[in-house]
Design a protein around this ligand. Structure first.
Ligand code: NAP
Length: 245
């Protein structure tokens, strides 16, 4: 199984990698901005699975030309799975007060995943096989004052995945969108500090790997978020706008 992981230092992505190497020897390409951190994860995965090969590549996640080159080089060998996992979640009040941070948030959560998805979709389509998985969020389902800059990007990622799925429907390539709820990783540290109940990263990764195996076009992790977000999406404005969420 050959797997390319974009944003490989993400807590969710790292757990997915552990599950993948636990069940069989894999050929993993870990793509990250921080080579030292990704190197430590690669070393851990090699210890867990000596038969696996784990390579680390670093690049600027907004450099379209570098992303294009990375995808072309990675696709020289057949790819089974591409997981696009990176993201950032700054406090919404900071984003509102700082247009530079607003731009960075949109670039890393929306522009960058689209560039990686587009670059790899091209090569998977040519090969006529493989699964392109992206991590969205429940936050993309409805704009809320607590995180709408990040949430809007996740909504964008969902529409992008949907369009790619439509484009690639008869190509043999599957497109998968994972929508986690709040999960216990560094990204949700401030939620944890406020006492918000978080799903374990192990549970979210298990559901993600299963959904990728099945090629499910979209699913929530954990699944209870499907019902919660159905309700949130359908609340009338006069109720929704009074909620402090
Ligand atoms: N945790 C949650 O509650 C939650 C809920 C819903 C969706 N998600 C989504 O799940 C995905 C994985 O997040 P996680 O929970 O695993 O969080 P995480 O452990 O904090 O990982 C975030 C990842 O994004 C990378 N990243 C951040 N800014 C970057 C930049 N400017 N350039 C390149 N990489 C950058 C980080 O790299 P460094 O290691 O170098 O910082 C890290 O690999 C994200 O798409 C996130 O939006 C998370």
């Amino acid at each position: 199984m050959r797997i390319v992981v974009i944003g490989a230092t993400s807590g969710i992505a790292e757990q997915c990698c552990r599950l993948w190497v636990q069940r069989e020897a894999c050929d993993l390409l870990l793509v990250a901005r921080d080579g030292a951190k990704a190197g430590r994860i690669a070393e851990d995965l090699r210890v867990r699975s000596p038969a696996s090969t784990v390579e680390v590549v670093t690049l600027d996640f907004l450099d379209a030309a570098a992303i294009g080159r990375l995808a072309a080089e990675a696709a020289l060998k057949p790819i089974d799975i591409v997981l696009i996992a990176h993201g950032m979640l700054p406090e919404q009040t900071r984003v509102q007060a700082d247009l530079g941070l607003c731009r960075d948030t949109i670039e890393i959560n929306a522009v960058s995943p689209a560039l990686f998805a587009e670059a790899f979709a091209h090569h998977l389509a040519q090969a006529g096989r493989g699964t392109l998985a992206l991590i969205g969020s429940v936050a993309g389902d409805r704009g809320r004052k607590a995180n709408y800059s990040y949430g809007a990007c996740k909504g964008f990622v969902e529409r992008y995945a949907e369009g790619l799925e439509h484009r690639l429907a008869s190509s043999g390539v599957r497109v998968v969108l994972i929508k986690p709820g709040p999960t216990d990783t560094p990204m949700a540290a401030s939620y944890k500090a406020r006492g918000v109940k978080l799903a374990s990263v192990e549970e979210v990764a298990r559901i993600s790997v299963r959904g990728i195996d099945a090629g499910r076009p979209m699913f929530y992790a954990p699944p209870r978020w499907a019902l919660i977000m159905l309700i949130v999406r359908n609340l009338p404005r006069f109720v929704f706008n009074r909620l402090n969420i």
